[in-house]
Design a protein around this ligand. Structure first.
Ligand code: KIV
Ligand code: ZN
Length: 502
């Protein structure tokens, strides 16, 4: 019989732990809602004890999400478990996820605990978590480098104490698929009561094996895979959700398994996550990269035109990838835009629609053909909150062999402020003015990137900046056919975010 493979998404916890991937509460909530729409079984919303902000985000997500389970991570200690439960207790379907390391290297050097003490703590933590919540997952951190006999003892203890899910992480991405297969089979053969719980795999990608290892775990009997959108995560990342789901779907006969994921939401989910962390997919990334369905060589193009299956094993439309065709003209009304967005699978409020409509009208003055990709970029670049500063006007002068100058006018809560500055180039000059006008709140421009949303001379340019202020790093975004304007908008967007987080 076909097995249901549960997709446990940890983009908001393990994914967010990656350098440069931090997100604010609104961004996390937006991602959580998209994960719910995509059909993720369980959303790991965060590690509540780690900060007040982390607790608040998990709590907000727990209250908003109805169709997916919401999990909170905690170490195997009372105060962590209390925080985890307090953050998710109002969820429709909560799960406490507690973990403790079981490998010799972690027990000796990190925990400084004897194996006996580790077993005692597992027993305590799972029982204590069960006193709050009917669904408790126990992860044996660094399970794959643990001694297999000790791992059996750890999981026996967890199941006896009431764990409903046992997770077997390859925390450092060390294993190869055959080894994962053998380890999961060994656990099925030796752990008492394993048939009554969900066995889960959680693989990191240090050797580029995370997806292959997770799938080996599924073949060995695992019923849950922990993964992240776009494979975000510590170091080289976690297993990529989109790759796991499409491998299970494309090779269904081999796995005899299915997931609850609506694959048509994959492209949107990937874009949303990249957009929020200020990155774009590497062009050759499986499933979601720009080249994943592109055919350049004549032989391949000819083959695909005669029969798609010659060089394609998946359909782009099954992933919700929109055809880049002309959609909206200068005279399209709000209804046409609403219809188009609905066909593309977007949900929006009347206010959001009014905002997209204004942006489409503005854009149609500057750009002849507005395509699906343009519309998608407008939706993905929506302002997620109203900031203190707004761009009113700019004027840039730049030539090849001398410094550039820039005048910028901003509105600040009703007042208008204006400044002028020089710089090595137009963007440097613009950013210098903004720094002066905003009291140098941005201490460092960590990263600047630009990409064109569609083809042609009048394409929209999307700029993403990463800005640092003390210990905060934020992503700012701007979108315009004028790349100086998108650069300025991205910088102001970042500064508004810093101010919101202070
Ligand atoms: O990689 C890991 O071991 C983890 C656990 C906390 C599940 O992320
Ligand atoms: Zn992990």
């Amino acid at each position: 019989m076909e097995r249901h493979i549960r997709i446990f998404d940890t983009t908001l916890r393990d994914g967010e732990q990656a350098p440069s991937c931090s997100m604010n509460t609104e961004e996390k909530l937006e991602i959580a809602k998209q994960l719910e729409l995509m059909g993720v079984d369980c959303i790991e919303a965060g590690f509540p004890i780690s900060s007040e902000g982390a607790f608040a985000s998990v709590e907000k997500i727990a209250k908003a999400i109805k169709d997916s389970q919401v999990a909170a991570l905690c170490r195997a200690v009372q105060k962590d478990i209390d925080a985890a439960w307090n953050s998710i207790k109002s969820a429709a379907n909560p799960r406490i996820h507690t973990f403790l390391a079981t490998s010799p290297i972690h027990m000796e050097h990190k925990l400084k605990m004897s194996p006996e003490k580790v077993l005692e703590n597992i027993d305590y933590a799972v029982r204590y978590a069960r006193s709050y919540c009917p669904d408790v997952e126990f992860s044996a951190e660094d399970a794959m480098r643990s001694e297999k006999e000790f791992l059996v003892k750890a999981f026996n203890t967890a199941i006896r104490a009431g764990a409903t899910v046992i997770n077997v992480p390859d925390t450092v991405g060390y294993m190869l698929p055959e080894e994962i297969y053998e380890r999961i089979r060994y656990l099925y053969e030796n752990v008492n009561g394993i048939e009554n719980v969900i066995v889960s795999v959680h693989c990191h990608n240090d050797l580029g094996m995370a997806v292959a290892n997770s799938l080996a775990g599924v073949r060995a009997g695992a019923l849950q895979v922990e993964c992240t959108v776009n494979g975000l995560g510590e170091r080289a990342g976690n297993a990529a959700l989109e790759e796991i789901v499409m491998a299970l779907r494309t090779r269904k006969a081999l796995f005899d398994a299915y997931t609850n994921i609506d694959t048509k939401q994959i492209n949107r989910s990937s874009k949303l996550v990249y957009n929020i962390i200020g990155q774009t997919a590497p062009i050759n990334k499986p499933i979601v990269g720009a080249n994943a369905f592109a055919h350049e060589s004549g032989i391949h193009q000819h083959g695909v035109l005669s029969a798609r299956e010659t060089y394609e094993i998946m359909k782009a439309e099954d992933l919700g990838i929109v055809e880049n065709k002309l959609v909206i003209g200068k005279h399209s009304g709000k209804h046409a835009i609403a219809d188009k967005l609905k066909n593309m699978g977007y949900d929006f409020t009347p206010d959001e629609l009014a905002n997209y409509y204004e942006k489409v009208k503005d854009l149609s003055d500057k750009k002849k053909n507005i395509t699906d990709s343009d519309l998608e970029a407008i939706v993905n670049n929506k302002e997620r909150f109203l900031g203190m500063y707004k761009l009113e006007h700019f004027d840039v002068h730049t030539t090849r062999n001398s410094t550039s100058s820039c005048v910028i006018r901003l509105s600040k809560e009703g007042d208008v402020i204006e400044g002028v500055s020089l710089g090595d180039g137009p963007i440097n000059a613009a950013y210098n003015v903004i720094n002066n006008l905003t009291g140098n709140i941005c201490e460092k421009l960590v990263n600047y990137s630009i990409h064109s949303v569609s083809d042609g001379n009048d394409a929209l340019g999307e700029v993403t900046v990463r800005l640092k202020s003390k210990d905060i790093i934020v992503t700012g975004r701007g979108l315009s056919t004028n790349i100086i304007e998108s650069s300025i908008m991205a910088y102001i967007n970042g500064i508004n975010k810093i101010l919101e987080m202070k």
